[in-house]
Design a protein around this ligand. Sequence first.
Ligand code: AMP
Length: 281
Amino acid sequence: MITMALPNKGRLSEPTLRLLADAGLDFEASNRVLSVKVHNADLELMFVRADDIPELVKDRVAQVGITGIDLLEEYGDGLPRLLNLGYGHCRLTAAVPQNSPMATLPDLKGKRIATTHPTTTGRFFERKNIGIKVVYLKGSVELAPKIGVADAIVDLVSTGSTLRLNGLRSIGTVLESQAVLVAEPGSVDHSTVEQVSTALGAVLAGRSKRYIRLNAPTEAVGLLSDLLPGLEAPTIVPLVEDGWVAIHSVVEATELWGLLPQLKTAGGKGILVSPIEMLVS
Ligand code: AMP
């Protein structure tokens, strides 16, 4: 039996549960239980704080987990990352008060930097050979310059509106983060871990693509095939009506809006677009 550690609350919790459900794992999530058994896999889900997950996986309390890259960098000691999960995007950003003359990362030399990510911050500036003093705070980092505890901060930012609200200005990125699937090194090749990783990857690949079907006169096939290259090549199926075919293909969701008018102009009729639940290339 494999145990998977998952965030029990916060920004990563809801999209993580949705991803697992979309991958077909059958379980009843409740915010009052610590762990549940997945009915259709040899898998136990354990709900804990996102920042405890790297430690729990390192200690083999759980063999796999989902957490943020920032937390993995801070507490993970090089735990293997199996898959980037495409949500929970944020950056660890260095920021200074709006009216500060500091404009670039080297300007932070000799300064006090407040952060919830002391290890990551210390390591980043050490690699850049910029001597700083880390001030470790557990929260409300953005208040540190105002109350005189630090000259600058390194904090998680997604839109930047919290920084602006607190009179701060970003001067550089320390780390780009998103949710990741991590594993204990000895469990990377375990069959259940591989199955989970493949299924989650298939859901993510499917989310970014659409399945498209259309009818077209045979003479339009060349042009339409060029517009719809698909994974290898489009599927072309003859229709009962002579001189007509159906073309099936897969397209990038983000390219669809630009593609639809071109498909119409090229002779496509009855264009159908459907979501893809899973895609394994
Ligand atoms: P939370 O439990 O909500 O405090 O956040 C846990 C994790 O969510 C963080 O460690 C990040 O990996 C991720 N996250 C995504 N967006 C943000 C954001 N805007 N601010 C803080 N954390 C974020």
